[in-house]
Ligand binder design. Structure first.
Ligand code: SF4
Length: 124
């Protein structure tokens, strides 16, 4: 494979097409994609890769010890570890509602971290 070609698995849907992407200046020539979302994903991945971060945060007095959260939108892939450091500092207090903001404007991205479920207090 030439230096300006890479293989990339499209993660825009569960099909997971294996694509070959050739860069020619600003142009990306993509093959192996089953639909037009493949080239869009390939270009974004090779120029400014982003991810939605799904994880959990500690919760005090909840009936479980942790509550699942996610970033409301994709954040730059390069910020994932820094984002996890911020999220790991957080302890929320039960009860929490679904879509409750636990971190506003994560790392200045303008994107909030929110809960993906509600959680009541544990019975005492
Ligand atoms: S190219 Fe289209 S069909 Fe293939 S994985 Fe991406 S979104 Fe799915």
């Amino acid at each position: 494979m030439a230096d300006n070609k890479v293989e990339l698995v499209c993660i825009a849907c569960p099909v997971g097409c294996l694509m070959e992407v050739e860069q020619n200046g600003d142009e990306f020539i993509v093959t192996g994609n089953a639909c037009k979302r493949g080239p869009e994903y390939a270009k974004a991945e090779l120029t400014h890769p982003t991810r939605t971060l799904c994880t959990t945060v500690a919760i005090k007095n909840g009936f479980l010890n942790r509550v699942p959260v996610f970033t409301e939108d994709e954040i730059p892939k390069g910020l994932i570890f820094e984002a996890m450091d911020e999220i790991n500092k957080i302890v929320v207090e039960a009860p929490v509602k679904v879509r409750q903001i636990v971190i506003e404007n994560l790392l200045g991205t303008g994107i909030n971290v929110v809960t993906t479920r509600s959680m009541s207090k544990k019975n005492s």
